[in-house]
Design a protein around this ligand. Structure first.
Ligand SMILES: Cc1cc2nc3c(=O)[nH]c(=O)nc-3n(C[C@H](O)[C@H](O)[C@H](O)COP(=O)(O)OP(=O)(O)OC[C@H]3O[C@@H](n4cnc5c(N)ncnc54)[C@H](O)[C@@H]3O)c2cc1C
Length: 369
């Protein structure tokens, strides 16, 4: 319960506008029957007072649990500072305890302890989510514990037959991309934050990225997940690794049982993709990769004078480029001006003379490979 309350807050913050509207529509006293986002808000505020802040005894218990390994329990102001601030520097938390487990078992032990002792937990990955979901709430009645997955960063298996890469959720997206490239395949998601965001955070936000037009969302490409629930229970959803002798040691030679096609029964992993930590912590990910790493690509920047023109371009691009269409991204006038004002190489030089005179220009960036 403690974990769920704290982590649900991230979804609540992101969906605040929607929740407020739904509450107005559904009226007071009907929140339990209301859609998910309304229930999230009421959960957070009704039960927040049950939680308590971590004490020195809790810190000692975590030190014992995580085997005194250096860097696994952070408590000094200096050490926890960066974990309390997100990429935008807009959200600021006040947590004084950061836990950095290295294995699924350690995540499970931490969550079981927090659940038993009424400590709220915020899962944190690369901290680039942009909406503050990975940052503890400064105004919460009790301090929340930050559980960072950044040390769970091993890629544990590669299956050349199915094209599936499996690894711990704390791997940096760029590292997964580099690993995939060495194997001649391509990770089907690419974001501006790839050097900092982690695969578990990316799955938890269901981040889209520039190749959405080709590969669709992570719901289409994540084939297996391992997650730890609030009480410490470990769920393996189409992802079973052969047990190695030491739980903490994960090697790239592990055998993974993960079906590329599994159309039996319910598919629970989809509940955790995009759940932002509200249902559990993602500890391992099995991701299908595109079979060929492109050896050539073609990018084009089109200028349109209306949003209608932008919309007309998409079916044309799909018809002309067919399966090779990889990205179709649009920047409106305001974004274009921001880019022009903040980047050294001005974009205005690329705009034809007669179009420069027009009041509104929207750009479409199309990539094919
Ligand atoms: C420059 C830049 C470009 C971006 N481009 C795109 C884009 O093109 N498309 C797009 O969709 N998004 C984009 N994003 C936002 C995107 O959501 C994040 O970059 C990234 O995917 C989040 O990953 P993270 O590791 O930083 O997660 P965090 O920010 O650390 O966490 C995000 C959320 O997931 C939760 N969480 C983290 N780890 C776990 C876990 N293991 N289990 C359960 N919950 C967890 C956190 O509590 C939080 O609620 C961009 C961000 C930046 C800064």
């Amino acid at each position: 319960m403690a974990f769920a309350v704290a982590s649900l807050r991230s979804v609540a913050r992101r969906r605040w506008g929607l929740a407020a509207t739904l509450q107005q529509v559904s009226g007071p006293g009907r929140l339990t029957a209301a859609p998910f986002s309304s229930a999230v808000l009421s959960n957070h505020y009704d039960t927040g007072s049950l939680l308590r802040s971590p004490t020195p005894d809790d810190v000692n218990a975590f030190r014992e649990m995580l085997g005194q390994s250096p860097g696994s329990v952070l408590t000094s102001l200096e050490d926890v500072e960066s974990y309390n601030t997100d990429w935008t520097k807009h959200y600021q938390g006040t947590s004084s305890l950061v836990l950095r487990p290295k294995s699924t078992k350690e995540v499970s032990d931490i969550l079981r302890y927090c659940d038993d002792h009424y400590l709220g937990v915020v899962p944190q990955a690369g901290n680039t989510g942009l909406v503050g979901g990975s940052i503890p709430v400064a105004s919460a009645p009790a301090q929340e514990v930050i559980l960072s997955i950044e040390r769970m960063n091993q890629i544990t298996s590669w299956n050349p037959t199915t094209g599936i890469i499996t690894g711990q959720a704390g791997g940096i997206l760029q590292d997964w991309q580099d690993y995939a490239q060495q194997k001649g395949v391509m990770i089907p998601v690419d974001l501006g934050s790839k050097g900092s965001c982690l695969i578990g955070g990316t799955v938890s936000t269901n981040a889209g990225g520039q190749y959405y037009a080709r590969y669709k969302s992570l719901h289409a490409n994540v084939v297996g997940l391992e997650v730890v629930l609030a009480g410490g229970e470990i769920l393996r959803l189409n992802l079973q690794e052969t047990t190695s002798n030491n739980n903490d040691k994960e090697s790239k030679n592990n055998t993974v049982l993960c079906n590329l096609k599994d159309n039996t029964g319910y598919d629970l992993k989809h509940l955790f993709i995009g759940a932002e930590g509200s249902l559990g912590i993602v500890t391992k990910v099995a991701l299908w990769c595109s079979s060929a790493y492109p050896t050539s690509r073609c990018a084009v920047l089109c200028a349109c004078t209306s949003l209608e023109q932008v919309q007309e371009c998409l079916p044309v691009a799909r018809r002309v480029l067919g399966e090779t269409l990889a990205a179709f991204e649009f920047m409106d006038q305001a974004v274009t001006e921001l880019v022009a004002a903040n980047c050294s190489g001005s974009i205005s030089g690329m705009i034809p003379q007669q179009q420069r005179a027009m009041t509104t220009i929207h750009f479409i960036h199309i990539i094919a490979f």
